[in-house]
Design a protein around this ligand. Structure first.
Ligand SMILES: NC(=O)c1ccc[n+]([C@@H]2O[C@H](COP(=O)([O-])OP(=O)(O)OC[C@H]3O[C@@H](n4cnc5c(N)ncnc54)[C@H](OP(=O)(O)O)[C@@H]3O)[C@@H](O)[C@H]2O)c1
Length: 259
């Protein structure tokens, strides 16, 4: 396999679009998610349309041993990862003390631990080769606290912070780390997170647009790629660091509430 990208959460949404874009550019793929059928359909489509190779790995990345099993499997098969895209993630709405703890724990496992461990596993090989790119899918949620999605916003704050610090540490190594910060995007995310009826998801960016901006930003080694926002949303986001936290959180809370 060559110019291989490993993409987590490639069975749907932004991850699926990222896989399609990489295939269109002629790169091979390793796609990871829980739903085998969706991954096999994607493999068949991309292999026949673009003449590339796709390796399907079915894993639940909330399982503690999953990231190391993914890494070992690819080592055993001699598959070198040039691009690592940590995309799999989910959110969940509700008051922290009332939410199902196991669901929040799984969210932390997927959004934080799996992403961090996969980065830790694949990075040394990239540094040795002096070549590699990592794209961590964060969120504009990472830029503020999120009442009614407290854990999700906190997981994404971790992702952006980790990605930015690593990008700086890795200067001059030939390896780049970028964070993709989408706004509300039309994927399965809103349904999975129980937010289909929230004001935030009444108007969404397309997954293709967000994936394209993320992929191109990663190729040019950008630190943070904010994507999928309207001009008005970009304008409002620019004021977040300047406003008192209580005002920001009151606005964020209104956006999470279901109608
Ligand atoms: N959509 C938005 O508005 C939005 C905004 C900002 C950031 N994001 C971020 O963008 C990323 C992609 O989300 P999306 O919007 O494309 O959502 P999506 O359509 O729900 O896709 C999520 C992907 O993650 C995979 N996944 C979920 N749980 C998993 C697990 N336990 N193990 C392995 N894979 C798992 C899913 O596959 P399986 O179900 O097959 O496992 C699916 O492929 C996430 O990190 C999300 O936080 C989304």
């Amino acid at each position: 396999m060559q110019n291989t990208a490993l993409i987590t959460g490639a069975s749907a949404g932004i991850g699926r679009e990222l896989a399609i874009i990489h295939a269109e550019k002629g790169g091979d793929l390793v796609v990871v998610a829980r739903r085998q059928e969706q991954l096999e359909d994607l493999k068949a489509e991309l292999e026949s349309r673009h003449g590339i190779k796709v390796r399907v790995l079915v894993f639940d990345l909330t399982d503690r041993g999953a990231p190391s099993a993914v890494y070992q499997q690819l080592k055993d098969e001699d598959i070198e990862i040039e691009i690592l895209i940590n995309n799999a993630g989910f959110g969940g709405v509700g008051k922290f003390h009332q939410r199902d703890w196991n669901e929040d724990l799984a969210m932390i496992h997927l959004n934080v631990l799996a992403l961090t461990e996969l980065t830790r596993l694949f990075l040394p090989d990239m540094i040795t080769r002096r070549s590699g790119k990592i794209l961590n899918v964060s969120s504009t949620a990472s830029l503020m606290p999120g009442p009614l999605q407290a854990v999700y916003f906190a997981t994404k704050a971790f992702v952006t912070s980790l990605s930015n610090a690593l990008a700086y540490e890795l200067r001059g190594t030939g390896v780049t780390v970028s964070a993709l910060l989408p706004g509300a995007t039309g994927t399965e995310f809103a349904r999975v997170s129980g937010m289909e009826r929230s004001p935030l998801f009444q108007k969404t960016a397309s997954a293709r647009r967000v994936a394209e901006e993320g992929y191109n930003g990663m190729l040019s080694g950008r630190l943070n790629i904010i994507s999928g926002l309207s001009l008005w949303q970009r304008f409002r986001l620019a004021f977040v660091p300047l406003l008192p936290k209580s005002i920001v959180m009151s606005e964020v809370k209104k956006l999470q509430q279901t109608r």
